[in-house]
Write a protein of this length. Sequence first.
Length: 331
Amino acid sequence: MPGGLRMKSNARDGENLMARARAHWSADRLQRLMAGKRLPLHPVTHAAFLHATGLMRDDASVTSGQVKKYLQINHMISLIAPPFRALAKAMPGRALTLLDAGCGNSYLSLAFAFLAREAAAGRMPQIPDWKDTKFELQVIGVDTNADVIRQSAERAALLGLQDVMSFQKAELSAAVLPERLHAVMALHACDTATDDALALGLHRQADILAVAPCCQAELAQHFKSLGAKSGADHALDVILHSPNLRRDTAATFTDALRLALVRALGYEATATEFIPSAHTPKNRLILAERRGRYNKAGLASFLALKEASGSPVLALEKAVSDLLAERFPAA
Ligand SMILES: C[S@@+](CC[C@H](N)C(=O)[O-])C[C@H]1O[C@@H](n2cnc3c(N)ncnc32)[C@H](O)[C@@H]1O
């Protein structure tokens, strides 16, 4: 089809989709989807984005799986956008470079890049917070899976985001990245890939770290061996000998150790629930903002917690051992 005709037919497709979205998303359905919240992506206003990324069907409806992803990315963006706004204010006119580690289908970073562009063009009136959001994001998505990298690049191109997004099929440790990374995020990067993402951000002194950890096996295994060795003789005895408690506690302790270590290395960091657990049980967000190079009280708190959990040396500690040695030479 000649270029002019293709553009006309794309515009017509867009209008048809919007008309279907308006018809489908009654006030009642919107209330059920958004529960009265003002989420950054609206199913009518942003129908074209949701459809292009596979988060909306041709008839403008969404499946229960799409609803889960839709809510995850909206809630995650609502939480991570404020530090980006603060950073952009501190560095006016500079594009912020964001690494999406283990990007998979890149829903989150496609949405964030898209919304940053919308906001910069003044098209986010329904979310008061976004009125002042005028920053350009340069996103780099990295994943070991060639198929998701190809699909993410295609979707970015479809959305006209190819100038601000690039994708690499690589292990995080082998990715070719710019010297300056302002932010590193990882949504459900498998097992210790979360630690690889955090370690990368810490080594590059990224201003913002945002990770929602995935499954966790490392400390659970350590707890299992500790239970076998110590019999009933350990303060965590009840936990060590119950597989269910052991798995849950290991995941919580691992995130607490991650939080403490990130704080020790100079970040202000919090752990929060980014979405109710009904949507995903992996709903913890560790969000950290760089404030300095190190924090001795943070290190003391990390070491105490490590001792209380049976002195494991987990992936993140191993990956940042050089930073710990450099910043705490006497420890
Ligand atoms: C559960 S998926 C999550 C994908 C995406 N972040 C999301 O939330 O939709 C985890 C992704 O991490 C990728 N991954 C795991 N370990 C990795 C590593 N060391 N380097 C790069 N990618 C990795 C996997 O290939 C997979 O696509």
